[in-house]
Design a binder for this molecule. Structure first.
Ligand SMILES: Cc1cc2nc3c(=O)[nH]c(=O)nc-3n(C[C@H](O)[C@H](O)[C@H](O)COP(=O)(O)OP(=O)(O)OC[C@H]3O[C@@H](n4cnc5c(N)ncnc54)[C@H](O)[C@@H]3O)c2cc1C
Length: 380
């Protein structure tokens, strides 16, 4: 099939966010949408992620975007006509110091105010939920039963197939080399030729800052490497995702029984680096066994690395860039897979001029110039 040479909107990036944006644009009536992906769908951060979805964030913006995503997820499988493995098995955030507990308590108050049903658990309540967790180093435990797991591949492909059914053209193995800009977006130059358009959505996640050299725009999104591993399957011993702030790590037993776990080092230099190391394997194994001694003799099946595309305040960067008519960002969230349903809906509605249910006006790039930042305190 030959690629269209003009489009109403070009979405760059075939991860969860790009596919959600493309689907939602078509859903809200935009015709001639083209999505361009340089490799294959979900080959970036999305296909490398830990599949967790949570609403337990520490800023109003992140809480509201995550809450809207969970609302959408409860009916998304029917809407997209696909099984997405969405399981509301909960998320448990574990604090090991009084300072961490205070911070999580403050976050919980904000979440509750916004209608998110997170709660502080007593030790006994937590032990009932996760009997295999080592509670010796635990100071405070926070839980939200609506949070849980969602399959990143199934979700991204479901968005993409549903978008195609609504007329979106998806071109994989098609990289965007540059954006044509002349007093507004005029098109994109790709590895397969040029497409004329007046609207481009940059949904390239960790690669955001590498897009559109001719725009001469400093994108405030950096690729932050995170390593991750998965074990052989075990019989079910863990329901919720466990996040430990002391260990700066997460552990979840996924539907097929394997344990997925990982962490990153925010102080590493920021560039695309898919290397993963023995040191990570060793450290992660120690962190995991300290928290869940039952994992002591479990074999690791695979490890890999990917990137958070992270902004300076740990919140998404959404909307049109002032002074760059037609250039829209849908990126910048460290843990963005879980936010993709609401970001896709929000960005599409912004483009069609409908009212948006997430606070997209507070999430624009201009906040980095004005210094008007509220930093997310709960990224792990
Ligand atoms: C180890 C790890 C664990 C994580 N765990 C979670 C989690 O539990 N929950 C959660 O919500 N999030 C998690 N995240 C973060 C999450 O993966 C990302 O925030 C999310 O997937 C971002 O989606 P995206 O569509 O913006 O980016 P991506 O999935 O990276 O998609 C961007 C796409 O753009 C393409 N692209 C790049 N440049 C170009 C170009 N020039 N032309 C065309 N295409 C291009 C890439 O190939 C890629 O497919 C994790 C990330 C990692 C690395």
């Amino acid at each position: 099939m030959t690629m269209r040479n003009s489009a109403n909107v070009v979405v760059i990036g075939g991860g969860s966010i790009g596919c959600s944006v493309a689907y939602n644009l078509a859903k809200f009536g935009v015709e001639d949408v083209v999505l361009l992906e340089k490799d294959s769908l979900a080959s970036g951060a999305t296909g490398r992620c830990a599949a967790g979805v949570r609403q337990q964030w520490g800023t109003e913006e992140n809480c509201l975007v995550a809450k809207r995503s969970i609302e959408l997820l409860t009916t998304l499988s029917d809407e997209l006509n696909a099984e997405l493995d969405f399981r509301q098995s909960g998320y448990m955030l574990v604090a090991s110091t009084p300072e961490e507990t205070d911070q999580l308590e403050e976050n919980m108050k904000l979440q509750n105010k916004l209608g998110i049903p997170s709660e502080k658990l007593s030790l006994r309540e937590a032990e009932e939920l996760v009997p295999y967790l080592n509670f010796s180093e635990v100071e405070g435990i926070f839980f939200c039963e609506e949070d849980g797991h969602l399959d990143p591949f199934k979700t991204t492909f479901a968005y993409a197939r549903a978008a195609e059914r609504l007329g979106v053209e998806i071109n994989i193995n098609t990289g965007v080399l540059d954006i044509v800009f002349d007093d507004g977006v005029k098109g994109v130059i790709t590895t397969e030729g040029k497409i004329s358009t007046n609207l481009v959505v940059n949904a390239t996640g960790p690669s955001t800052k590498y897009i559109g050299n001719s725009l001469n725009l400093a994108h405030p999104v950096e690729p932050e490497r995170h390593q991750i591993l998965i074990t052989e399957p075990l019989e079910r011993v863990l329901g919720p995702m466990i996040i430990s702030f002391q260990h700066n790590s997460y552990i979840q037993q996924v539907p097929h029984g394997g344990f997925i776990m990982g962490y990153g080092n925010p102080n590493e230099p920021h560039y695309i680096n898919y290397k993963h190391s023995w040191r990570f394997l060793e450290n992660m194994a120690q962190k995991a066994v300290q928290q869940l001694p039952v994992l002591k003799d479990v074999r690791v099946v695979r490890q890999w690395a990917g990137h958070y595309g992270i902004s300076p305040d740990g919140q998404p960067v959404l909307g049109e860039v002032p002074g760059y008519a037609g250039y829209i960002l849908a990126c910048g969230c460290g843990k963005g897979f879980m936010l993709a349903p609401a970001i896709g809906e929000g960005v599409a509605k912004l483009i069609t001029g409908e009212s948006v249910s997430i606070p997209i006006d507070k999430m624009g790039i201009e906040r980095f110039e004005s210094g008007d930042l509220i930093t997310e305190p709960a990224v792990v």
